[in-house]
Design a protein around this ligand. Structure first.
Ligand code: GDP
Length: 478
């Protein structure tokens, strides 16, 4: 920016004449009202030992503006975060399960595994974190939200089937993310297993084994028979070492949402992957467009924990709404600041939705699904009695049409309120009222926010309506 001589003088608590004289001595002829550029301002400020701080419009909703830079000395090794990818039926889920079953229970006696979207194991005294949702769809949908959580990709290829279309897709997704790939040639216990053919086929995609002069690590295993699991884990540790993955555990936590949903008893529940810093119970946190204080943290063994170090997944409660997978989160030292940023983000979300007209309405849901604009249908369910809320939420959550799922982000007993509408607006949700109506404020808000409220008196009609809307078979309304 620029500043007039008189303005600069005022800021420095000097007379304009004095500044003009200084400028003159520097070879700059100036009058009182003359605008000075950044260089001239800096020149004068340097004379008075004053540091120039440029005023810029900071986006208060951009978490990047609150990021703390780490000093190299503060960084310590952290566990790798691993995603398992590959063609359908090649054994991704089986591999995830056998790693967890063989490793988690070994050390942690009495632990009961909880599916929170990610888990951590220990091999040779070192930890490894696995994301529990196999496949590149989840991987890339997170990346499309700006979240890079995966450090290493395991590509599972069945030795009896070889490279298939989704194998190639997975390779491309991992390459696009510049993530190192380890090949797990699976099902070597089968009669028709032909690991050599798999290796041969993969060379066509630039994945060449070390024995053949390349640098791709291949591990042969049987996920089902639990053979070769240790080899794979050792290779992961090897790659981890090469990658020099680091984080600073001694700072406020930040990271990414792995998954989130509304829990009947606990409210919004989110699995967070801490990517830097350490998270503590009681921390003030902004997560996507929701915020709150970390009320409780539960790890992948269902145990309550008080802290979560880098690369650790934990399930937290205490947020005011349900964030999205792939959302960034950040802990703020100052509770007030967290609330301000959180509120601003929520508000921003509402405005963006309003201006982009991105609002989902049941009438054009099918079109949006077809165009791939909608992947989840967010619903808010309100009813007159608790039992109906539960029954409806349970049946609605089962609906899935062409990979598009229903996601209940909020439920409640009683009339539809303005706050329900704001939440719907912020989350592109449709509100379902069962034997309840919107109050006056909610009605007004729904109109201005363009939020779709559907009112019903019979449960199966609700289910039917949502299902038909997803299939593009909604009856026109008269
Ligand atoms: P995903 O679709 O990639 O998650 O594959 P799954 O893990 O569901 O496995 C598909 C099928 O392959 C299941 O019937 C598994 O039992 C079977 N399977 C997985 N790993 C192995 C293995 O190492 N050997 C054999 N014989 N079968 C396996």
């Amino acid at each position: 920016g620029s500043l007039a001589v008189s303005e600069l003088a005022a800021k420095l608590h000097r007379e304009s004449a004095e500044i003009i004289k200084k400028l003159f001595l520097q070879g700059v002829m100036a009058t009182k009202n003359q605008e000075l550029d950044k260089d001239a301002i800096e020149l004068i400020c340097a004379e008075y030992d004053v540091e120039v701080e440029e005023e810029v419009d900071v986006d208060v909703t951009d978490l990047d503006n609150y990021k703390i830079e780490d000093k190299e000395d503060d960084l310590q090794e952290r566990p790798a975060v691993v995603t398992i990818m590959g063609h359908v039926d090649h054994g991704k889920t089986t591999l995830l399960d056998s790693i967890r079953d063989t490793k988690v229970t070994e050390g942690e006696a009495g632990g009961i595994t909880q599916h929170i979207g990610a888990y951590q194991i220990e091999e040779n005294g070192k930890k490894i974190t696995f994301l529990d949702t196999p496949g590149h769809a989840a991987f890339t949908s997170m990346r499309s939200r700006g979240a890079q959580v995966t450090d290493i990709a395991i590509l599972v290829v069945a030795a009896d089937d070889g490279v298939m279309p989704q194998t190639v897709e997975a390779i491309n997704h991992a390459k696009a993310a510049e993530v190192p790939i380890i090949i797990a040639v699976n099902k070597i216990d089968l009669e028709g297993a032909n690991p050599d053919r798999v290796m041969q086929e993969l060379t066509e995609h630039g994945l060449i084994p070390e024995d053949w002069g390349g640098d791709t690590i291949f591990v042969q295993l049987s996920a089902k028979k639990r053979e070769g699991i240790d080899d794979l884990l050792e290779m992961i540790l090897l790659v981890t070492e090469v990658e020099e993955l680091k984080a600073n555990p001694n700072r406020p936590a930040e990271g990414t949402v792995i998954e989130a949903q509304l829990d009947k008893g606990r409210g919004p529940v989110a699995t967070l992957l801490v990517q830097n810093g350490t998270m503590h119970v009681g921390d003030s946190i902004v997560v996507g467009h929701s915020y709150g204080r970390v009320r409780a943290m539960v790890n992948d063994l269902g145990r309550r924990v008080k802290t979560a170090a880098p690369s650790t997944p934990v399930e937290i409660t205490g947020l005011n709404s349900v964030p999205n997978a792939g959302d960034q989160f950040m802990v703020f030292k100052d509770e007030k600041q967290a609330r301000q940023v959180g509120e601003a983000k929520q508000q921003r979300q509402v405005e963006e939705n309003r201006s982009s007209g991105a609002r989902v309405s049941l009438d054009d849901l099918f079109n949006q699904i077809k165009q791939g604009e909608v992947k989840d249908i967010n619903l808010i369910v309100k009813a007159d009695v608790h039992g109906s809320v539960e029954a409806m939420a349970a049946s609605l959550e089962k609906i899935e049409v062409e990979g598009v799922k229903v996601r209940i982000i909020h439920t409640g007993v009683g009339a539809i309120t303005e706050s329900d509408v704001i939440l719907a607006s912020a989350s592109n949700a449709i509100i379902i009222g069962f034997n309840v109506r919107p109050d006056t404020n909610a009605k007004k808000a729904a109109e201005s926010e363009n939020v779709d409220i559907r009112q019903h008196r019979i449960i199966y009609k609700v289910i039917e309506e949502i299902e038909s809307a997803m299939k593009g078979m909604l009856d026109p309304e008269f």
